[in-house]
Ligand binder design. Structure first.
Ligand SMILES: Cc1cc2nc3c(=O)[nH]c(=O)nc-3n(C[C@H](O)[C@H](O)[C@H](O)COP(=O)(O)OP(=O)(O)OC[C@H]3O[C@@H](n4cnc5c(N)ncnc54)[C@H](O)[C@@H]3O)c2cc1C
Length: 426
């Protein structure tokens, strides 16, 4: 039987990425007890994932130093799978953690959108951010040929990272148009700090082909991917590779906000000027409120942290900075809309739900996500629809608006540890 740990915080923060770290530190300054809970072995989130090895990015050091010196209790390796009023339940490798809180800040970040195409389930075809995470965790890709495909600025970050680690990046296939990409570059130059970032990227990516109007059609190989067929400005060609890293921009992790009863708008969590959600005492910051990058995540986190500590004056001082970085949300949304051709990549036998082996043709028989779940078991596997549900939303235009506890598959003993009165608000 797992042990049960009980924790109580004035303010609980779920997600220890940049937004969560900033939120926790802002609240802790006020003397409130703060718990920062994350399912990874260390704080840092997606962008500062390398923080627990030697490759910590310099810009993050100040945040890690502050966190180490603060009174924030970091609860590592604990995944929150249940939420009820004033309570959370998280599972770690060997225990269940029951957390009660006065106020809650949700900083659960984002994940990549994957779209199915023939061959996307072959070994060594993976998410772009997924490849980056593996490399940051020690995967040796030196000398390997890598094709990076999909859409959004993450492709550039992954290409730069792979190239620095010795991979031969054969090309970046960006589905958006050349005109949209150029406009994106110009608009980003006007956002504080982004011009320097653009120059850094330009240096890191020198010599790497960057094709616009370009996307993967199929991947081939025997035991792993060997070739990817791409469409590039209307022409089809094949490229040999050892890895195909593929991601179609980011989607917010809104399952926990939804379980907490927070209202959603177009799959994001709307918040007031103090980052408070539709549920009083529950705040949200970072990617779930809009995909806007590191600086926005940090400033939103700080505002949420100060607001949760009743330090409205301090929060107000940050409104202008937030407004400047909020521009990025609009710039990204305008630059990387998914083109309709991507809806036609999957063949009838292409798996859409890879947990439950549900091919595209089985989904075509249904008219809604609910029907597809009930009749084809789509989204019923271990990832709980995190991969296939957003893909199905794009492919079929289905609305996906429910969440079922537990948020992640957990041990029976973890479920048994939830008090019987503790029902989700949703
Ligand atoms: C795969 C990936 C790679 C990226 N790489 C880059 C990059 O190289 N450069 C760049 O500029 N931007 C990158 N980004 C974007 C970057 O993450 C954002 O710009 C920003 O830093 C987001 O910060 P955040 O705090 O909102 O979220 P995140 O950094 O995503 O942090 C959220 C944290 O919450 C945790 N979490 C979520 N749900 C739970 C739960 N139920 N229980 C416990 N913990 C939970 C997550 O594991 C994560 O650690 C990447 C995004 C993704 C998805």
């Amino acid at each position: 039987m797992d042990s049960v740990t009980n924790l109580r915080f004035d303010v609980a923060v779920v997600g220890a990425g940049p937004a969560g770290m900033a939120a926790a530190l802002a609240t802790a300054d006020s003397g409130h007890t703060v718990g920062l809970i994350d399912d990874n072995p260390a704080a840092g989130g997606q962008i500062w994932r390398a923080a627990y090895n030697s490759a910590r990015p310099a810009a993050s050091s100040i945040w890690f130093d502050r966190l180490n010196k603060s009174a924030v209790q970091v609860v590592r390796g604990a995944r929150v799978f249940h939420a009820a009023e004033g309570e959370l339940a998280a599972e770690s490798d060997d225990s269940v953690i029951q957390i009660s809180y006065g106020k809650l800040i949700l900083t659960t970040g984002a994940r990549e959108l994957f779209l199915p195409f023939p061959g996307w389930t072959l070994p060594n075809v993976m998410g772009a951010g997924g490849l980056q995470a593996l490399v940051k965790s020690g995967l040796d890709i030196s000398g390997k040929r890598v094709v990076i495909a999909g859409t959004g600025p993450l492709l550039l970050a992954v290409a730069a990272c792979a190239s620095k680690c010795g991979a031969k990046v054969v090309g970046i296939c960006e589905q958006t148009t050349g005109a949209q990409m150029a406009r994106f570059g110009l608009r980003m130059m006007l956002v504080p700090g982004k011009a320097a970032e653009a120059v850094r990227f330009a240096c890191d990516l020198r010599g790497i082909p960057h094709w616009t109007d370009c996307w993967p059609i199929a991947a081939f190989g025997n035991r792993r991917v060997e070739t990817v067929r791409i469409s590039r400005q209307g022409q089809t060609s094949e490229i040999e590779c050892d890895y195909l890293a593929c991601g179609f921009h980011l989607i917010p992790n809104v399952e926990l906000p939804r379980m907490c009863g927070c209202r959603l708008r177009e799959n994001f969590v709307p918040v007031d000027e103090y980052q408070q959600t539709s549920v009083p005492g529950i705040y949200c910051a970072g990617e779930p409120t809009g995909i806007g990058g590191l600086e926005l995540a940090l400033v939103e986190g700080e505002i949420a942290g100060y607001a949760a500590a009743n330090w409205e004056d301090r929060a107000k001082h940050l409104f202008a900075r937030r407004a400047r970085h909020q521009k990025v949300v609009r710039i990204l949304r305008d630059a990387f809309p998914l083109r309709p051709e991507l809806k036609n990549l999957a063949r009838p036998d292409t798996l859409v739900c890879r947990c439950e082996d549900v091919p595209h043709q089985r989904l075509c028989e249904h008219g809604s996500w609910r029907a597809a779940k009930l009749h084809a078991r789509c989204g019923m596997g271990p990832c709980q629809g995190r991969v296939c549900a957003p893909a199905a939303e794009f492919l079929f235009g289905w609305r996906i608006d429910s969440v079922r506890p537990p948020l992640f598959p957990v041990r029976c003993s973890s479920l048994a540890a939830i008090p019987s009165h503790s029902a989700p608000r949703n």
